[in-house]
Design a protein around this ligand. Structure first.
Ligand SMILES: [Zn+2]
Ligand SMILES: [Zn+2]
Length: 188
């Protein structure tokens, strides 16, 4: 669990009052579903914590330098996850709605930003990380990294393949494989 407690006693009696925090937290990995991202440097954030009257609201931004594994070619690459912090905290006397998942202001008059920090990163973490949007991935037959090498798997005729005969009949054997990204041409 990530914990980052901030003393909010100065604003507890002052609706509209706020405190600002610039901080950093260190944890070694961020686990999102089946994906584990190695955190490569301290995570930095800045947040403003405001007494909104019906609760204490934390808002801000956070950046986590991470190392991820490309979901296509399995290479490791460095990236940054940027997220928006949104936290909501109730004081002991404030009523909690039934569907409310607000945290509480603790007895010492502090709020724990930790869960909001983690949540901000989790929602922005890539579901299927790519080291490059155009990553060509690995050959499903021989495992060659198609970003850096060519294999002849796609040129080989698989006799069991239902289209093998058709392929010969319409002369596809002579056709050079067309790369989608190269054919796409100019950008900008
Ligand atoms: Zn890749
Ligand atoms: Zn291959």
């Amino acid at each position: 669990m990530v914990t980052y407690r901030v003393d909010v006693r100065p604003i507890l009696e002052e609706i509209g009052g706020s405190v600002s925090v610039d901080g950093s937290v260190e944890f070694s990995e961020l686990v999102v579903g089946d994906e584990t991202f190695l955190v490569t440097a301290p995570i930095t954030f800045s947040a403003t914590i405001t007494n909104a009257g019906d609760g204490i609201v934390a808002m801000g931004s956070i950046e986590a330098p991470i190392r991820a594994t490309c979901s296509r070619c399995l290479c490791e690459f460095d990236s940054v996850i940027e997220g928006e912090i949104e936290g909501f905290y109730l004081q002991a006397h404030q009523e909690r709605a039934e569907d409310d998942d607000a945290e509480g202001v603790d007895e010492d008059g502090a709020v724990d930003l930790g869960p909001a920090l983690v949540a901000a990163l989790v929602v922005e973490a890539p579901f299927a990380p790519l080291h490059d949007e155009d990553c060509a991935g690995l050959c499903s037959h021989c495992g060659a990294d198609l970003n850096t090498e060519r294999c002849d798997c796609s040129d080989r005729i698989d006799e069991d393949h239902p289209f093998a005969a058709l392929r010969g009949a319409i002369g596809l054997d002579d056709a050079a494989p067309v790369s989608g990204s190269e054919a796409g041409g100019q950008e900008g």
